[in-house]
Ligand binder design. Structure first.
Ligand code: NI
Length: 176
């Protein structure tokens, strides 16, 4: 079932999510709903805060919106970045700040440790877009949205632009 995406500055986006300790049907349903919501909005990643749930879970599919959509669905429960290196600047957007794209500096490589839907621990080494997406989504679980990774000046400009984008988005959503 598609869930409502929370839009910045919704308070739930500023809160730290709680660790998951039950790997049950409710968790599986949340993850299914998150993928459905993410695909509908053509995003490549979504954190539970963004659908109003304060659990440490995010999903990714770098092929979202492409032919291979759904073939490599990644689920991260209780994720932790255990290693990061390098630096790279690239454009980033977020379903909770619709229409806003800004260049953000991130580590170029990360190693993430997480659990899957059964609670089994795994580690993943990532670079490129995957490394960026992991850092972006993990930030959400800590109550951080990507504009907070910008310099104060860039953030101010981004917020000014976002105000207009948000108005357009709200108009569009009202017509849905
Ligand atoms: Ni986001």
């Amino acid at each position: 079932m598609e869930r409502e995406i929370r839009i910045y500055p919704d308070e739930v986006l500023k809160k730290e999510a709680f660790p998951v300790d039950e790997f049950n049907a409710e968790l599986r349903e949340l993850v299914d709903d998150m993928f459905e919501t993410m695909y509908k909005r053509k995003g490549v990643g979504l954190a539970a805060n963004q659908v109003g749930v304060l659990k440490r879970v995010f999903v990714l599919d770098l092929n979202a919106g492409k032919e291979k959509e759904g073939q490599e669905k990644l689920v991260f429960v209780n994720p932790e970045i255990i290693h990061m290196e390098g630096e790279v600047v690239a454009e980033e957007g977020c379903l909770s700040l619709p229409g806003l794209w800004k260049k953000v500096k991130r580590a170029s490589k990360v190693v993430v440790k997480a659990q899957d839907l059964e609670g089994k621990e795994f580690q993943l080494q990532a670079e490129g877009l995957l490394a960026r997406a992991i850092q972006h989504e993990l930030d959400h679980l800590n109550g951080i949205v990507f504009i907070e990774r910008l310099s104060p000046l860039q953030r101010r400009l981004a917020l000014e632009k976002y105000k207009k984008l948000k108005r357009n988005y709200e108009r569009k959503m009202a017509r849905r």
